[in-house]
Design a protein around this ligand. Structure first.
Ligand SMILES: Cc1cc2nc3c(=O)[nH]c(=O)nc-3n(C[C@H](O)[C@H](O)[C@H](O)COP(=O)(O)O)c2cc1C
Length: 204
């Protein structure tokens, strides 16, 4: 790889943000397909590729996902007290209705034994997460914003979208044109949390 390749990669890594504010105009189909193509090149334990993606452009279905989010958010807010709860109530934690595309990334449990999962079966789910990260970077390179919403009930998403019984939704991703230019994690900007230095030690 040339130095300019490394620099280009780092521009993408640094520019990637979790977005919650979106414009509502559509995402170009060719860009969407390039982002989905990130799953093709993603690593997975035993080359299991245990994922399935459902593209949700239907606004009524996205509203149903939002309804699930609203319930989870209300419950989550109760877990914080005092000033922390007040700050939580101001946070925007999703862009499900504004973002024109939702991506439900489901885990597909393999039917047969998978190489590499004997001591750590969760490596299968980790594989799905690592693939999502590549798609996140691909979206960034397209100039699009992606936001990961974990505050939804997997069962509600499964039912609303009529997913096949063997699929286990792991992530709901909002994809669209970002409405805000973010240069640091939004949760840091609003004073909820801060980036920390890497916890690191060495065994030379
Ligand atoms: C597994 C996962 C779940 C997340 N779920 C949410 C979520 O439900 N709502 C939200 O606003 N951000 C969510 N985020 C985004 C994080 O808040 C964000 O990555 C973090 O604050 C750092 O910001 P950055 O991604 O812009 O660097 C999630 C991120 C990950 C990796």
């Amino acid at each position: 790889m040339k130095p300019e390749d490394r620099e280009a990669l780092w521009r993408v890594l640094e520019a990637r943000r979790d977005h919650r504010h979106f414009r509502t105009d559509p995402v170009d189909d060719a860009a969407l397909l390039r982002i989905l193509d990130a799953f093709r090149v993603a690593p997975s334990v035993g080359l299991s590729q245990p994922w399935h993606v459902t593209v949700v452009r239907n606004a009524a279905l996205r509203q149903t996902v939002y309804d699930s989010f609203a319930g989870v958010r209300a419950r989550e807010q109760e877990r914080f007290q005092g000033e922390r709860r007040a700050l939580y109530s101001t946070l925007k934690l999703e862009g499900i209705r504004e973002a024109p595309v939702g991506l439900v990334v489901s885990f597909v449990p393999p039917v047969q034994a998978t190489l590499g999962t004997t001591s750590l079966p969760a490596a299968l789910e980790y594989s799905v997460v690592s693939a999502i990260t590549l798609a996140w970077l691909a979206a960034t390179a397209e100039g699009l914003g992606l936001g990961w919403v974990s505050l939804v009930e997997p069962g509600a998403v499964h039912e609303a979208l009529g997913l096949a019984p063997h699929l286990r939704p792991l992530a709901y991703l909002c994809l669209g044109h970002p409405a805000l230019d973010l240069h640091e994690p939004l949760l840091q900007t609003v004073g909820w949390a801060e980036r920390r230095p890497l916890a690191l030690d060495w065994r030379d």
